[in-house]
Design a protein around this ligand. Sequence first.
Ligand code: PDD
Length: 286
Amino acid sequence: MTRTVYVNGAYLPETEATISIFDRGFLMADAVYEVTSVLDGKLIDFEGHAVRLQRSLDELEMAAPCTQEELLEIHRKLVELNDIDEGLVYLQVTRGSDGDRDFVFPSADTKPSLVLFTQNKPGLADNPAAKKGAKIISIEDIRWGRRDIKTVQLLYPSMGKMMAKKAGCDDAWMVEDGYVTEGTSNNAYFVKDGVIVTRPLSNDILHGITRKAVLRMAAEAQLKIEERLFTIEEAQAADEAFTTSASAFVMPVVEIDGVALGDGTPGPIASRLREIYLDESRKAAV
Ligand code: PDD
């Protein structure tokens, strides 16, 4: 089945979708994005992603390509056209193109580009990787200072993932001034003596939509949460650790820089939070 994608108002086969070579997303990474997961053919936390998208656009003084209602309709139509039961919807908004390359932003009447496509991922919820847990390496965080804006500047996170792969691991946690910021494409947590520890929100990390939901559910389950800076050494000495993201939900971490956590298998709190998150999110999906 050929994938149907959305580009600037049109639903097209992926082979027919085009964007200008002058588009600022292509030339300058002048673009923001969202990834929304799909379970049972429905969108998980759509509202949270739409609100964060608007915040990213506002921070970069970029025009919104359409209303939130229209975005929801496009998401739903793509899920339906591509027959997605479990998977992801990728959305990208760029500042568009005024037909040349210039560091100065184009005039305000330049239309932003809007692109969406689906990724079919059967077994996303029942991912065997979550039963094994992830092995993590730590790397220096050399990204820019506005990581709270979800831009498409993903070269360093992508390099981080490759460094992890070359080391025989699954992912990398980034460290700045001695403290963990976040994973290459997820937020980072450890659990010690029943307390969940994660870095507080600031411009240093992406304000994860899954993070917000998981912390709310953890609080409802009477789990203790501490939002504070933490080091790799603290995480290595933890009982368990995990990451959260729209693409992997709650993913247990079993090893950091070669040090096994606990007994080296996914911890009970991470596993429980994954279950709760999947249950609750399915119920609230749109
Ligand atoms: N990444 N931190 C970073 C750097 C991320 O790229 C992501 C998400 C998160 C988690 O955010 P959320 O819970 O809203 O997905 C944290 C997406 C999934 C991606 O780039 O594919």
